[in-house]
Each structure stands twice: as structure tokens, then as C-alpha cells.
Write a protein that binds this ligand. Sequence first.
Ligand code: APR
Length: 239
Amino acid sequence: MSERERVRELVRGARRIVVFSGAGMSAESGVPTFRDAQTGLWAKFRPEELATEPAFRANPSMVWDWYVSRREAVARVAPNAGHLAIADFQRRHPGRLTVATQNVDGLHQRAGSPGVLALHGNLADDKWLDVPCERCDLAVEAGRPPRCAHCGNLLRPAVVWFGEALPARVLAEAESAARACDLMLVVGTSGAVYPAAGLARMARGQVVVVNPQASDLDDAADVVLRDTAARSLPYLLED
Ligand code: APR
């Protein structure tokens, strides 16, 4: 039996499955991963230098423009066969598979996956940088970034920046799903960023890493599939 066949059997026998995904899940949709080189105006910056509150406060328009360019890039792509295979499985087996993702691109949601645990927030959403005044939500003034015309508060992307806490309820739900699962598929993550990466180390069940390259979570895996998300998931998740 090949490793792929072995993993497909693990899926068939698992009652509770968690798919824990990272940027590699969206690579075959054409979304660059974090470890890919940055392009264009931001080629000289690393994401860690842009995706922080101090960076945003220091240069709001540059960081805002970076997010706008990422939103436009994501709007031009579509979920790939991996996202769709997960959503199809969830449709055929309601309640059996939970998606916990580090991705902010919304592609799991666009593929039709329900109840996605977005550990690092969503690129498409904004929130106020500082505590909003009583008129913020009514006095939004267009700009790069938009601001409150009354108190000057800035809108910022509703994503988790480096150094920020993950949404507590989402993280708690993901940890509880990990601790209850029979099987965790860790797809397309370098495993470099905690606390998210810690999910792979608290899985109750067997852990399968799906990644064409070596990752920091390979040592936590019972099986490592050197394969890509779009090539492997349709096979692994078929009935
Ligand atoms: N299929 C599966 N995995 C892939 C594919 C693919 N087609 N292409 C690349 N990969 C793998 C890479 O080998 C790499 O291990 O996806 C991983 C992407 O790693 P990162 O770019 O580090 O992305 P991620 O692990 O999601 O980063 C975690 O760090 O930058 C922060 O908050 C950001 O959520 C992000 C977090």
C-alpha cells in the first residue's frame, strides 16, 4: 500500500478530521506564500516588516496599499482543487471535518467550506485601529487608509499582525477540535509561526503532513506526503 493509499484509508476510518492549512494550500490558486519572494513595490520588504501595528502606524498608506494589492490579487484567483475537495467532503459528511486555517485569503470560504476557523483573520475585513468614537462607523472618510472624519481613527485590515494575539474564541475552537480529532491533515504550512503551528502538536489522532518541501512540523507527523494540496487532497478525500 502506498503512503497516499494509507492516508486515504486513515481518512475513511476517521470520524473527526481537522484540516490545518497554511499558505501552501493556496499556492496552486496563484497566491504567493509568505516564504515566496515579495514582488512589485514591496519587493524590498518582508511580510514581517509590513504586517505589524508599528509598521502601519509609521506608514499607514504604504501598509494599507500593500493590503489593497493583496485583496486585488486574491479577488483575481479562485479556490483550487484542494479547497474544493475539502468543501465537497464537508458537504458529503456534515460535521465530520473542521478547517482551521492560517490563511486570510478566504479561499476555503469561497470554496464552500462551512465554519472555517480563520486563525489569522480575514483579508477582506477591516476594523478600527484605535477604540472607535461614537461617530466612527458613521463618519468614514475615503482615504489610504479610510479614517473617521470626526476623530481621525484609521481603518486597518482585520488580520492578526505579528505580535498580536489570535482571536481567543477561534483559537480555543481550533485547539478543542485538534484535541478531539482522530486525524489531522496539516496542509501547506512551514509550521514556523506559533501559536497556530502548535495545533499540529496537540492533535489527539494521527497527523499527516502534506507539503512538497520539508517543514518544521514533519517531526510531529505520523505520515509525511511530499505532495501538493491540489494534487493530493482530491484523492485523499474521495469516498
Ligand atoms: N501544496 C502544499 N504545500 C505547499 C505548496 C503546495 N502547492 N506550495 C508550497 N507549499 C508549502 C511550502 O513548502 C511551505 O512549507 O507551503 C508552506 C508555506 O509556508 P509559509 O509561506 O511559511 O506559510 P505559512 O506556513 O502559512 O505561514 C504561517 O506566517 O507569515 C505568517 O501569518 C502568516 O499565516 C502566516 C504564517
